[in-house]
Design a protein around this ligand. Structure first.
Ligand code: URA
Length: 202
């Protein structure tokens, strides 16, 4: 019964969070985005994954990691035997930031103020989900969780114990942008190996 009450509480709070988030005007990004893209997944997930911000397809569909970067992420999970449906996926910034060039919308990296403006939403999600492990994808997510003082290269791909434990890795979109084929392959292997590390941690 107590467990059910906790579960219900969590649902209420997540519902409240979601409706406030949908009305968010804390930074100018809400003006041009189609919609806010909230986190997705079980509210009591053991693992929480944090990306940078929704991309073009996520902005249109309102769901995180459904575009090309999401495909790479999905491949890394399935290679490691991890289930996406068991994870809570979200982004450091909840609105798509872009520049329009002709018919294309070109992704722009969120700046420090935009990350700061959105940080409270992210920290509320962490408090509600209470994951055992947080995986940050790329420098923006790492910054949102740990501040600007932690360099991704220094902590990359190792599980740092704690409550929650943390693993910082690169963003899957980075793998898609690398022009050198050999380098891209090597980086992809490292990215996939990070998820193998996660599976062993489980
Ligand atoms: N990149 C992200 O960081 N998040 C998404 O949801 C999609 C692409």
């Amino acid at each position: 019964k107590a467990q059910a009450a906790i579960q219900e509480d969590a649902l209420d709070s997540m519902g409240t969070l979601l409706s406030s988030l949908r009305r968010c005007t804390r930074c100018p990004l809400h003006c041009n985005a189609t919609q806010v893209v909230p986190g997705a997944g079980p509210e009591r997930a053991e693992i929480m994954v944090i990306g940078e911000q929704p991309g073009d397809q996520e902005d249109l569909r309102g769901v995180p990691f459904v575009g090309p970067a999401g495909q790479v992420f999905n491949e890394a999970l399935s290679e490691a035997g991890l289930l996406r449906g068991e994870m809570y996926l979200t982004n450091a910034v909840k609105h798509f930031k872009f520049l329009t060039k002709g018919r294309r919308r070109i992704h722009q990296t969120p700046d420090a103020q935009e990350i700061e403006a959105c940080k409270d939403w992210l920290h509320q999600e962490v408090a509600l989900v209470r994951p055992k492990l947080i995986i940050t994808l790329g420098a923006t997510a790492l910054r949102a969780m740990e501040g600007g003082g932690v360099r991704l290269a220094t902590v990359r791909d190792t599980i740092r114990p704690g409550v929650p434990a943390r693993l910082a890795t690169v963003h899957p979109a980075y793998l898609l942008r690398l022009p050198d084929e050999a380098r891209a392959l090597e980086e992809r292997k490292r990215f996939f190996a990070a998820f193998e590390t996660v599976r062993q941690w489980k």
